[in-house]
Design a protein around this ligand. Structure first.
Ligand code: MSP
Length: 434
């Protein structure tokens, strides 16, 4: 199958349990996928787990279990989260899947044969939490800007990818396609990184066994980011769909460099097209700080669903924090408020219409055209929601949808079907509202 609409989430690290930040991107992708499917588009929605690399090996060692045991246990939790939050991806990739591992070896070997990969010595500051080498900007004072930890000097012989060869092409692409990365501030950020000059990047690690072996040098494994990025093309191949280039790739702002720069260069090196859009969302903050397991300020999405339901979780995420911006959530109030709004507006609307239909019209309604008032209330709503989703503006789409439900509630108030008990016009009035 060739798809009309492909959406991807980042694949999630499984060194800890899933938290609300993970549910956020998964649900954003799901909003877009459901909308595309409703419109009859052949849709492929991809998510999964990123299971190799040093942070995983460390987390497993800390628990005295093997990396495989750790990733099996945690990948199952990420998979279970999908059903809990009522998401509907079409495929779930694990980077420990045999099929993914085989394809990564083959794809990167192709680049080696074409001299896009070469051996060199590397020395630099390395953050084990990011699993990445850092330059001065990313690690001022020798500390990782993201994790705040003091970094160690690392030296090893690695395989390098000729990232620098793609600098001009990347700048030209960014200039020619201002809509490629959303929001524009992130496109500018990517532009600034490339304009500052791209250096070749190490794509393998010695001294680490938890990864995909480099086929032509099995003492090394691929650097986890190159293994992980390739999921976007190995997974469709495993699923038997022709889904590349993706229509929308959703990522958080912390992983912009990897997607806008490394991933683009890798795709071009493989003679593949870039995704149509890279949409970069902000952080969910709790107490003003990024929610993350290492900060211990996470909100458990499972607990939110148990208390308020999956609809309130989804609605709350896209209405209580403006999409693409950073925003604060409170475990106590945000989802309670979202639940209350949904219940008051949408729940009340559905309940009034269906209760009256059951009570007064015996569940049987004639086929009638919509009354003018309904047409007026809803005029434009479907178009506004679709236009917002086309632009991946999730908060705007949710606002238009709830405004439509509010307007329809106003029509129900005007028509006051409950005053028409016994009136022969009642079934037609109700039918017009359904
Ligand atoms: N494994 C890499 C991605 C590889 S994609 C080829 C990774 N994983 S992650 O689990 O750390 O993060 C996955 C996504 O979750 C990122 O987009 C990240 O921004 C997002 N979030 C994690 N915490 C978040 C918040 N507190 N708020 C919003 N999203 C954040 O990076």
């Amino acid at each position: 199958m060739t798809t009309d609409f492909t959406v991807t989430t980042p694949i999630y690290y499984v060194n800890a349990a899933p938290h609300l930040g993970h549910a956020y991107t998964t649900l954003a992708a799901d909003v877009l996928a459901r909308h595309a499917r409703q419109r009859g588009a052949r849709t492929f929605s991809l998510t999964g787990t990123d299971e190799h690399g040093e942070p995983i090996a460390h987390a497993a060692a800390a628990q005295s279990i093997s990396p495989q045991e750790l990733v099996d246990a945690n990948a199952a939790r990420f998979r279970a989260l999908i059903a809990t939050v009522d998401a509907t991806p079409d495929f779930f990739v694990r980077t420990t899947d045999v099929d993914h591992r085989r394809q990564v070896g083959e794809l990167l070997e192709r680049l080696y044969e074409r001299d896009l990969i070469y051996k060199d010595a590397y020395e630099g500051l390395y953050c084990p939490k990011c699993a990445d080498f850092k330059n001065d900007r990313e690690a001022p004072d020798g500390r990782c800007a993201e994790h705040g930890i003091t970094l160690e000097q690392h030296a090893e012989e690695n395989w390098f990818f000729r990232l620098s060869a793609f600098e001009d092409r990347l700048l030209a692409h960014l200039d020619a396609h201002p809509e490629w990365i959303t929001p524009a501030s992130r496109a500018r950020e990517a532009h600034a990184i490339v304009a500052a000059g791209l250096q070749d990047v190490s794509i393998s690690r010695a001294n680490l066994s938890w990864g995909i072996p480099v086929p032509w040098d099995t003492r090394q494994v691929f650097y986890v980011w190159f293994d992980a990025l390739l999921n976007y093309i190995t997974a469709p191949a495993s699923a038997g769909v022709d889904a590349w280039p993706a229509t929308v790739q959703l990522i958080g702002k912390d992983i912009l460099k990897f997607h806008a720069i490394f991933w683009s260069a890798l795709l071009w090196a493989l003679e593949l097209e870039l995704p149509e859009r890279l949409v970069v969302h902000g952080y969910l903050l709790v107490d003003g700080r990024k929610a993350s397991k290492s900060r211990g300020n996470v909100i458990d999405p499972v607990a939110v669903v148990e208390r308020f339901g999956a609809d309130a979780l989804r609605f709350g995420l896209f209405t209580r924090v403006p999409w693409l911006e950073d925003g604060s959530l409170s475990a106590q109030t945000s989802f309670a408020d979202a639940h209350a709004e949904l219940a008051d507006v949408y729940g009340n609307l559905v309940r009034r219409i269906w209760t009256l239909t059951g009570t007064y019209a015996g569940g049987q309604l004639p086929a009638v055209p919509y009354p003018d008032a309904v047409g007026v209330a809803l005029s434009g709503v479907a178009g506004e929601v679709a236009a917002a989703l086309e632009q991946v503006q999730l908060t705007a789409a949710a606002s238009h949808a709830i405004a439509g439900a509010r307007a329809l509630n106003g029509v129900v108030d005007q028509l006051a079907p409950w005053t028409l008990k016994g009136d022969p016009s009642l079934p037609a009035v109700l039918a017009g509202l359904v």
